[in-house]
Each structure stands twice: as C-alpha cells, then as structure tokens.
Ligand binder design. Structure first.
Ligand code: ZN
Length: 94
C-alpha cells in the first residue's frame, strides 16, 4: 500500500525541484506544465536528431576534403554545427 516514493522530483528541462506529492506521483513539472517523461522523450528525440545531423555533416566534409583526418572532420562538423545553431540557420544536409 505505502509504496516508497521519491521525496522530490527535478524537471529535466527547467531544473525546478518539486516536493509536491502529486507532482512526484505523476512525474509532472508544474512550472513547464508538462510531464517529465514527455520532456525527456523530446530531449532524447532532439539529441538523436542532432547526432544524425552531425554524422551527415562529417560524411559531407569527408567527401569534400578527402585528405582530412577523422578528428579534423569531426572537429569541423562540430564547429559548423555550433555556428549554425547559434545563427539559427537550417542545418540539414541535402
Ligand atoms: Zn520544468
């Protein structure tokens, strides 16, 4: 009956910690008005999409600069990626 429960829950998006038993039971963030599992899923989807994108970029760089080493390709992909993200540019390789 009295299942042991966590005494708090911290939101993966806004890092706010709630001690409200309802929030803990429902795994809910009252600040984001979202369930923390859904937030985690969305973050995971985004991380996977970004990882795929970075791989595409590495391949494109490798084709463009055949003499570049692996670490040069990865480094360039990361730099391009961060610059585009900062500038809000569409980063997809077509
Ligand atoms: Zn939150």
């Amino acid at each position: 009956m009295n299942q042991p429960t966590a005494s708090s829950i911290t939101c993966p998006r806004c890092q706010w910690t709630s001690y409200n038993p309802d929030d803990i039971r429902e795994r809910y963030c009252g600040r984001c008005h979202a369930f923390t599992d859904a937030i985690l899923d969305a973050q995971m989807d985004k991380a996977l999409a970004l990882a795929r994108l970075q791989t595409q970029w590495e391949e494109a760089i490798r084709r463009t600069f055949p003499a570049a080493t692996d670490s040069q390709c990865v480094g360039l992909a990361v730099q391009l990626f961060l610059a585009c993200e900062k500038a809000g540019v569409d980063m997809y390789v077509r």
